[in-house]
Design a protein around this ligand. Structure first.
Ligand code: UD1
Ligand code: CA
Length: 463
């Protein structure tokens, strides 16, 4: 997303009070993740990106986890509790105090234009910043209300946008209140509404609840404002962008659409994906150029990838920094705190967690590197294990530059292997090893010449 400069101070109100009963979940709907971030987090990132100067988040009673997520994602957000869910206008009015402050501030600025306020739903995570900018533009062009609409493949259930011959918005009619003729309209309300009204609270307070659902409909603001001579406009966007998530199948659709977008963005930025539909990105995955990703790779949150990196098939990466020229996989796992310096190789069935690896170091096969550091040009053999956990605490393994850790060694932390040291294969290393030493921990090999031939002869005579 590219940052868009606000033209007038913008207040964003994000409605997140919905219980989301159709999710069948102990977790409130808006905390369910898309691409590794809660839907609420996506919407808060959007309002931050469009430069909202104030943000109010409306939650339901007892939704402390939603409150916490809101201020974690956006510390400047102010949270309001809507005590009873009496409709979308009632939800916005739960944030009355922030609207009042915003209106007063813009007035004090002698800005000359009414304060701008945008209402979004926290269960609608795919809206783009330039779409919000188009809504703001409609307000700048003189509309007092601008509604984000879309042409619905199946309009049933949505509020219909009723327009005049000149394209102006005359009213929003909820599905349950619409006449048969109005139901034929396929231009629908996404739920995103932007206002530039000198007295927004006055308009909201005038909304009643005499309708099929007995709710206070925010959408009624259109007719009330028009009766005051205000112009209302429609801004149209693609239906996919305003997908609202009510159940888990829609959550999966949102994820699919989000992934399609993110893959396209990555490829446009110089990433090769052999089978993009099998690569899963997080909201914050960052790539350099000339990264090649083979099929079936999953990026959890917090992964940064440098230039000219090859990620081979079937890797799982999370919280990892990957330097230029690194090769990973196939079947590698990078966990939080893995930091791979330039030209590091991490091969098949290798797991790295909270370990920094210096330039050109290699762990090519079957290893666990957890908690510690590996210097430059070190070689970690097949089957090497950092024994980092004693059942209570984690301890560090430190491996110096150019060290060579033989295959199937166990390094029992805390332990330090000096620069250039060798660890003989199969050793269980419990004491630190000085630079350039060889450490061996295994019994002396006992060889009995001719034993096998004699054994076979003896067994043969018996049978
Ligand atoms: C709403 C719109 C409709 C639009 C549709 C798009 C109204 C009256 N109708 O209808 O025109 O086509 O969204 O999806 O606005 N909420 C609260 N508190 C409440 C009621 C709702 O916070 O008291 C929140 C919900 O959590 C949800 C959003 O507002 O995120 C929409 O509410 P919902 O009841 O689902 O409205 P719809 O009937 O879908
Ligand atoms: Ca809805």
């Amino acid at each position: 997303m590219t940052a868009v400069m606000p033209t007038s101070p913008l207040l964003a109100i994000v409605l997140g009070a919905g219980k989301g009963t159709r999710m069948k979940s102990a977790v409130p709907k808006v905390l369910h993740p898309v691409a590794g971030r809660s839907m609420l987090g996506h919407v808060l990132a959007l309002v931050e990106c469009v430069g909202a100067s104030r943000v109010g988040v409306v939650v339901g009673p007892g939704m402390d986890n939603v409150k916490t997520e809101a201020v974690t994602q956006l510390p400047a957000a102010e949270v309001f509790v809507q005590e009873h869910q009496l409709g979308t206008a009632d939800a916005v009015l739960a944030a009355r105090s922030i609207i009042a402050r915003h209106t007063a501030e813009v007035h004090l600025n002698r800005d000359g234009r009414p304060a701008q306020c945008i209402v979004l739903y926290a269960d609608t995570p795919l809206i783009q910043a330039d779409t919000i900018a188009r809504l703001q533009q409609a307000l700048n062009d003189g509309a007092g209300v601008a509604v984000l609409g879309f042409h619905a493949r199946d309009p049933s259930g949505y509020g219909r946008l009723l327009t005049a011959a000149d394209g102006a918005l005359t009213a929003i009619r909820e599905d349950k209140d619409a006449t048969l003729e109005e139901r034929q309209v396929t231009l629908c309300n996404s739920g995103v509404m932007a206002f530039a009204l000198p007295d927004l609270l006055g308009v909201l307070d005038r909304i009643g609840n005499t309708n099929a659902k007995g709710e206070y409909y925010l959408t009624d603001a259109v007719e009330i404002a028009r009766a005051q001579g205000v112009r209302a406009a429609v801004v149209v966007c693609a239906e996919d962008e305003v997908l609202g998530v009510n159940a888990r199948d829609q959550l999966a659709v949102a994820e699919r659409l989000w992934q399609q977008r993110a893959r396209a963005r990555a490829m446009a930025g110089g990433v090769t994906m052999i089978a993009p539909e099998t690569v899963f990105l997080s909201y914050d995955t960052a790539f350099g150029r000339d990264v090649t990703i083979e099929p079936n790779v999953f990026f959890g949150p917090g992964v940064t990838v440098g230039n000219s990196v090859l990620i081979r098939a079937n890797c799982h990466l999370e919280g990892a920094k990957i330097g230029d020229g690194v090769r990973i996989g196939p079947f590698a796992r990078l966990r939080p705190g893995a930091q791979l310096g330039p030209d590091v190789h991490v091969g098949n069935f290798v797991e790295v967690k909270a370990v920094t690896m210096g330039p050109r170091s290699k762990a090519n096969h079957l290893a666990y590197l957890g908690d510690g550091s590996v210097g430059a040009d070190a070689n970690i053999g097949a089957g090497a294990i950092f024994c980092n956990y004693d059942g209570f605490r984690k301890h560090k393994t430190v491996i110096g530059d150019g060290a060579f850790v033989g295959s199937n060694s166990s390094l029992v932390a805390p332990v330090e292997i000096g620069a250039g040291a060798y660890i003989g294969s199969g050793s269980v290393i419990t004491k630190s090893v000085a630079a350039d030493s060889l450490a061996l921990e295994r019994s002396t090999q006992d060889e009995r010449p001719g034993w096998a031939a004699k054994f076979r002869a003896m067994m043969g005579r018996r049978s």
